[in-house]
Design a protein around this ligand. Structure first.
Ligand SMILES: [Zn+2]
Length: 314
């Protein structure tokens, strides 16, 4: 039975469909780069912080320790190294939808930020490396591995704390207090490393992956050469031969490979030059929910390795 009511309903439906269709067409025409989902900061009582990767997660974990109603999520699973060339996966964008703030290293480490900003223009983005003077490589390219030096880590921790304090004002005092405590621990570790490393005269080293300039600057290490620039890219036979000559010339006796990187070239260089291969950790990757003391523990292990290496290198 067709009643007036049904007809009205039907025409209303059609009208709605028509409006939606027109709106849809206009949507496509007017805004090709229309934002898919706007970050709607629903106040659910929990302040959700997402970090881009391991070192930033560990720093933020210290800064947010024991603060109620603050949730911390690390966006990425353990990688083979840093986030260079990392492509966002759908799960990452889903994680970010929950975020009130996204804490990143910055300085170009998160090359995917355009996509994040496009999807969530209202998301608070906290850049740990903000305002820190970046070291440049021979080609004038800025090096983003600020956290590998402990002074860089301290600056990043302070930046993250201030960013969070501005974004989540309710907990501002707690973030700052936690950051102060953690900075003191970092300063102690830095002091300990200086005490044990400063006495060594010969601190020439060869590293794998360009993660160590900040660390080297901090502790007076002389990086004679960097073997691999990124995970998975081995030097060519010619480059390897050149490097072997260089190492023989400089008489470098210590090579530092990273736990996550291929040790193939390190092995052949060691064989050809008589240099020894040690493991140095740039604290770029690790388990997703790493404990708060992970960074300091890794630096302490690096200290042990350096002392052992330099003891045989003088
Ligand atoms: Zn890196």
């Amino acid at each position: 039975m067709i009643t007036n009511k049904n007809i009205r309903k039907e025409s209303k439906k059609r009208l709605t469909a028509l409006i939606l269709a027109i709106a849809g067409i206009f949507g496509i025409i007017t805004l090709a780069g229309c934002t898919a989902a706007k970050n709607k900061k629903i106040d659910d009582g929990t302040y959700t912080i997402v970090t881009s990767f391991y070192p930033i997660y560990v720093f933020t974990k210290n800064i947010t320790a024991d603060i109620p109603d603050v949730e911390l999520i690390n966006m990425t699973e353990p990688q083979t190294g840093c986030l260079h060339d990392y492509q966002l996966i759908p799960a990452d964008l889903k994680t970010l939808e929950k975020a009130d703030a996204f804490v990143i290293n910055g300085a170009g480490m998160e090359a995917f930020m355009d996509k994040v900003i496009k999807q969530q223009p209202d998301l608070d983005i906290i850049e740990a490396s903000k305002g820190i003077e970046l070291l440049k490589d021979d080609n004038g390219e800025e090096n983003p591995h600020v956290w590998v030096g402990i002074s860089g880590a301290i600056s990043e921790v302070k930046n993250i704390a201030e960013g969070l304090a501005a974004s989540d004002t309710k907990n501002a005092a707690a973030y700052r207090e936690n950051a102060d405590k953690y900075v003191k621990l970092l300063e102690q570790q830095r002091e300990k490393m200086h005490q044990q490393l400063d006495g060594f005269k010969n601190k020439d080293i060869v590293t794998f992956h360009e993660a160590f300039p900040y660390f080297a600057k901090e502790f007076g290490l002389n990086i004679v050469s960097v073997v691999e620039r990124e995970p998975g890219t081995e030097p060519s036979a010619g480059e390897l031969a050149e490097l072997i000559d260089k190492i023989r010339e400089t008489k470098v006796k210590v090579l530092f490979a990273e736990p996550q990187y291929s040790q193939k070239s390190a092995g052949s260089i060691a064989k050809e030059t008589g240099a020894k291969v040690y493991m140095l950790d740039p604290v770029a990757t690790g388990e997703r929910n790493a404990p708060a003391d992970s960074y300091i523990k890794a630096m302490d292990q690096n200290l042990k390795v350096l002392v052992e290496a330099f003891s045989q290198n003088q």
